[in-house]
Design a protein around this ligand. Sequence first.
Ligand code: MN
Length: 423
Amino acid sequence: MTIHANNPSLKSWVEVSEKSDFPIQNLPFGIFKTQMLTPRVGVAIGEKILDLYELHKAGFISKYDFEESIFNNNSLNDLMALGKDKCRKLRDRLSELLSIDCEELKESVHRGKVLVNMKEASMLMPVRVGDYTDFYSSIDHATNVGVMFRDPANALLPNWKHMPVGYHGRASSIVVSGTNIHRPKGQTRVDETQPPIFEPSKRLDFELEVAFIVGKSTNIGDAISTAQADDYIFGLVLFNDLSARDIQQWEYVPLGPFLGKNFGSVISPWVVTLDALEPYRVAGYEQNPEVLPYLQYEGNKNYDIKLEVEIKPEGGEGKIVSESNFKYMYWNMNQQLAHHTVNGCNVNIGDMMASGTISGPEPHEFGSMLEIAWKGTKPVQMPDGTERKFLNDHDFCIIRGHAEKDGIRIGFGDCITKILPAK
Ligand code: MN
């Protein structure tokens, strides 16, 4: 399959700097508004947003028969529902219109109206998330946690290499980058000789994750195979799965994460299509023991996406505390979706499925403060002389991610979380 919009030789007449996450080969979808404009679908290009509602009204994409309401919309759900073929045609057409060789839009009177400065826009939640699932698919992360809290000799639980372990999270508290999150309060029992107490979490952590968005629904009873899964994954966002370790530690037995996890998860605003990431496929870890037939797959299903996390105190200098990569996933997205639906569980357009914390094998690649500071025993030194074992009030936690090859950089834009004191 050739995706025309991915052609690395394409250039745009819209200025795109070398370090931009949004060259013409990316064209991620999002929802934005400005002081003048109501929420609508946009596509990122350089420092600009292409306003698809205005572009459609001006007739530039009329040959594809889109309803105006697809773009005059506060989520991408209706666009995704049109299917991957149609979304691919749309992305190809946008690529053509933005290409330096095409004068149609470049020389048009509408040019000024359809391009909005990113600086003047607010990004909104790109999708209406119906259900949210969080996996636990990084072997280095799962091993680190097992070593810390259980038995170094048997760090992975017996099921871990046989299925992509996950839990059902909460969709209501998934918010877009730039939304401030208050430190959660809850029950903790750090001292096991004492009764539990109620207090603001003292161990507030980030989790470096990538989430995929389901772009096609299934009926209850149906399963998605690993081979079919690509068709059900519309695109990806960066995902900060904030976690209160002290609340989590006391509450999680026997049913798993609850209030330690559902007070806020923050996503990057642009949905990078799986199509745009096609050139960055790589092989995953070898899976040994061999997995059951419904989890077997063919081809490269991992993606080489560099990830980093910066902690930056308000008004102060930041520090990169993690440099990981999405390629470190032991279980790929196709396996996650196949496992999720193998029992007949249906999925819906807009469902969000997060990877679980993505750690690499090296300490600088760990994807949470729990691991980076190793349960608080190796605090991180900040440029201002303070230490971090977990996140402080007024810290910004910024996740970034991009894939890069042949001089083309496909990025996500920043996923920014600011921690406010407990309410
Ligand atoms: Mn998580």
